[in-house]
Every structure is written in structure tokens, then in C-alpha cells.
Design a protein around this ligand. Structure first.
Ligand code: DGI
Ligand code: FE
Ligand code: FE
Length: 192
């Protein structure tokens, strides 16, 4: 773990590595609360932003070197690339082989349809880590430990509303992730 954190600082700098450690600690708390694998939460939390490079051309080059197929939304909103690229970098540079961990890294920004428990933990840990201070974060923190799916819907609604307000493209995985959770909730309330 020490080695992993050292390598992380080298790759993404101290500030982002500190955020990653806060996400790791929050992911561990959520994993323990929901009886999920703590070690996987620790590694996925620590590495979720391992490809958060600033430079657009570097992101595009590395994605292309790994053969990652980027859609239009990702090319225009190039910050979205660090999810799928992060999964490849975690495997290639950090030696992570566990597909569940790699998927949690891959989908940590958009989410996806039918997210795994680990995907949800990393997504919410990133959203509520202690230095986040947007309005509504306190409610998100409470919900995350009370009803994980409800907290995801809350976080995704806020994210999508922000994207609309700033006229950004919404990635299909973001929509699919939210629709899946909202349908699940509607179906369960209808007892179907
Ligand atoms: O890497 P972090 O900053 O820690 O957090 P993150 O990976 O969750 O990225 C958050 C950003 O991603 C936030 O500014 C909103 C943006 N985002 C999430 N879903 C979408 C999106 N941006 C676009 N354009 N489309 C999306 O669907
Ligand atoms: Fe991220
Ligand atoms: Fe992050």
C-alpha cells in the first residue's frame, strides 16, 4: 500500500493523491457499513483517479495507446476519459488484476447501468469525501450511510442538473446509471 501511494503521488501529484486518500478512507467506511470487501474498497478508492492527468492531448494519446474506444461525449468532455483510462493504468502500472476493482475505477465518474456494490461505494466516496463542500453534501453524506441507492440518485440528480445548467453533454452511462436506480425504486414501490 505504501508503494502504491508513492507511485500515485508520482503520477498525479500530491494534491490529487491526498483527495484519493480521503476517498480511500471514505470508501473503507462505506464498505464496512455495507459489509463489502474492505480491501477492494481501499484499493479502488486509492486508485480511482490514477489517470487524472490535466493535459488533454496526453489523455487522448494514452487512451489511444491502450486501444480505448472513446465516444464523442468523452472526446468533447475529455475529463471523462480518466475513468476508463484509469482502469487500464491501474492494471498496467499498479498491477491490479481484479475486474471488480477495475470496473469501479472505470465507472467512477459516470456510473453505469446495474452498478456493483463496489462501484456504488467508490462513486459515493468520491462525492462525499470530507473536503467536498458543495451545498447538499451533508444530506448526501447522511443518505450514503442510510440508503446507498437513494444517495446515488441524489448525487446523480445533482450532477445531471449541473450539467444541464452549464449546457454540457450528459454521457449515456450517466443516464443509464440513474434510470436503472430510479426504475428499481419505482418498481419496488409498486410491488411489481
Ligand atoms: O475526478 P473527480 O474530480 O474527483 O470527480 P469525478 O471523477 O466524479 O468527476 C466529476 C466531474 O465529472 C464533474 O465535474 C461532473 C463530471 N461528469 C460526471 N458525469 C458527467 C460529467 N461530465 C459530463 N460532461 N457528462 C457526464 O455525463
Ligand atoms: Fe475522478
Ligand atoms: Fe475523485
Amino acid at each position: 500500500m505504501d508503494n502504491l501511494l508513492e507511485l500515485l503521488v508520482e503520477r498525479i501529484g500530491e494534491k490529487r493523491a491526498e483527495h484519493s486518500i480521503r476517498v480511500m478512507d471514505t470508501a473503507v467506511k462505506l464498505a464496512s457499513h455495507y459489509s463489502s470487501d474492505i480491501n477492494k474498497a481501499r484499493i479502488a478508492g486509492a486508485l480511482h483517479d490514477c489517470a487524472k492527468y490535466r493535459d488533454k492531448s496526453y489523455l487522448l494519446k494514452r487512451a489511444s495507446d491502450f486501444g480505448i474506444i472513446l465516444d464523442k461525449t468523452m472526446i468533447i468532455n475529455y475529463q471523462l476519459i480518466h475513468g476508463p483510462l484509469g482502469a487500464k493504468v491501474a492494471e498496467d502500472e499498479f498491477g491490479i488484476e481484479d475486474e471488480e476493482i477495475l470496473d469501479a475505477i472505470r465507472y467512477h465518474t459516470t456510473g453505469r447501468e446495474n452498478m456493483s456494490l463496489l462501484d456504488k461505494i467508490v462513486y459515493m466516496a468520491d462525492y462525499i469525501e470530507p473536503s467536498r463542500n458543495f451545498s447538499g453534501v451533508e444530506l448526501a453524506r447522511q443518505l450514503a450511510f442510510k440508503d446507498l441507492d437513494e444517495s446515488l440518485i441524489y448525487a446523480m440528480n445533482n450532477t445531471i442538473l449541473d450539467l444541464i445548467k452549464t449546457n454540457k453533454l450528459i454521457h449515456l452511462d450517466t443516464i443509464k446509471a440513474r434510470n436503472y436506480l430510479v426504475s428499481k425504486k419505482l418498481y419496488s414501490s409498486l410491488n411489481l
